[in-house]
Design a protein around this ligand. Structure first.
Ligand SMILES: [Zn+2]
Ligand SMILES: [Zn+2]
Length: 108
């Protein structure tokens, strides 16, 4: 019995360590993202939203939020936004998924 208890305790300690490491990495990522968010605030409503540019890097926004369908990020930053913010910057809706969109080649 005592042995079983010790094994459970060991397993719990191991889990706690892993969780701690993960949250440290997550925290660092989140800090980076908050910096980016702060820096882009002013520019956000200006050029980007009306010209289909990524709100982070101002490259072409070729990634669309699902389900609302707003194209606010490029294919690099969309998945990051989904992972960290989980809200569409235009309508504040949940981002449940994302879709790479292909632009160009078919313009009239
Ligand atoms: Zn971007
Ligand atoms: Zn939206």
């Amino acid at each position: 019995m005592a042995d079983a208890h010790r094994r459970v305790a060991d397993a719990e300690r191991c889990c706690a360590e892993v969780l701690e490491q993960q949250s440290a990495e997550g925290h660092k990522l989140k800090e980076e993202w908050q910096k980016i968010t702060a820096a882009r605030q002013k520019l956000k409503e200006q050029a980007a939203s009306s010209r289909n540019l990524c709100l982070v890097c101002f490259q072409l926004a070729d990634w669309s939020t699902i389900p609302c369908g707003h194209a606010c990020y490029c294919n690099t930053h969309g998945p990051v936004a989904k992972a960290l913010e989980d809200r569409c910057p235009v309508c504040k809706g949940d981002i449940t998924d994302g879709l790479k969109i292909f632009l160009g080649g078919f313009h009239p």
